[in-house]
Design a protein around this ligand. Sequence first.
Ligand code: MF3
Ligand code: CO
Ligand code: CO
Length: 270
Amino acid sequence: MSIPIHTGAELDAMRLAGRLAGEVLDYLTPLVKAGVTTDELDKLAHDYMVNVQGCIPAPLNYAPGGHRPYPKSICASVNDAICHGIPNDRALKNGDIVNLDITVIKDGWHGDSSRMYIVGEGSIAAKRLCKVTYEAMWKGIAQVRPGGRLGDIGHAIQTYAENHGFSVVREYCGHGIGRKFHDEPQVLHYGRPGTLQEMIPGMIFTIEPMINAGKRDIKSKNDGWTVVTKDRSLSAQWEHMILVTETGYEVLTVSAGSPPPPDFITATKT
Ligand code: MF3
Ligand code: CO
Ligand code: CO
C-alpha cells in the first residue's frame, strides 16, 4: 500500500494528459444534441483522441478484476445511469442529462475527467441536480491541501449534497491516477473530517462525486458495466483530477471549455 508522489517532469506529463481529457470534453460539447446517439459520440471521441491528440482511450478493453473488457472508448451515462454507461444506438432526446467520462493515456500517463451535458432544455429538477453536483465536486476540491485528510473531502461533498436533499453514491469513489488508471488512494465522496489518509504534495487523485436525486442505492445492469439508480431517479457526476501542491491544489483537467469554478471558489490556488 503506497501512494505515488509525483515531481518534476511527471507533473508536466500529468498536466498534459489532464488538459487533453478536458479538450475531448470541449470537442464533444457542441455535438451533444437531440438525435445524436452515444455510439456516434463514442466514435467521434475515439477518432479525436487517437488521430488528433495522439492518445490511447483508456476505457477501451479495460478489464479490472471481475469485469469483462469494456467495449467502448468513452463512458456515456444517461438520466438514471450513475456511471460506466456503455455507448449505444439510442438517440439522445430533449431533456436528457448525460455524463460523458473521458480517460486518455498520453505518453503512458492518464488524464480522467467527466462533465454533465443537458440535451436541449432540461427540467428545473435536472438542471438543479447537475449544478449542485458540480458545486459538490468543487466543495471537495476546496478541501485539498497538504496536511488535510481525505475525509475532509468526502465530508464536504456529502454535507453539501445532502443539504440539498440529494444522496451520495457510496460504491464508487475517486482514485489516485498516474501511470495507472485506478491507483491508491481511494477518495470517498462521503465521510468525516480529520479521518483517513493525510494529503501530501505530489499526490494526484480524482474527485468525481456521483449524486442521486433520489435514494443512494444502486443496481448494476446485465451488460456487465452500466450502474443505475435502484429507484430510477436521475443521477449526475462531474470529475476533475487534482494535484496536491505545497500550498493547496492544482486542477489538472482544466481546458479552455471547462465551466468556471463556482463563486465560492475565490482565489486561484496553485
Ligand atoms: N473514467 C472512470 C473513472 O472515472 C472509469 C471508467 S472505467 C471504464 O474512474 F472501463 F468503464 F471505462
Ligand atoms: Co476517475
Ligand atoms: Co472518469
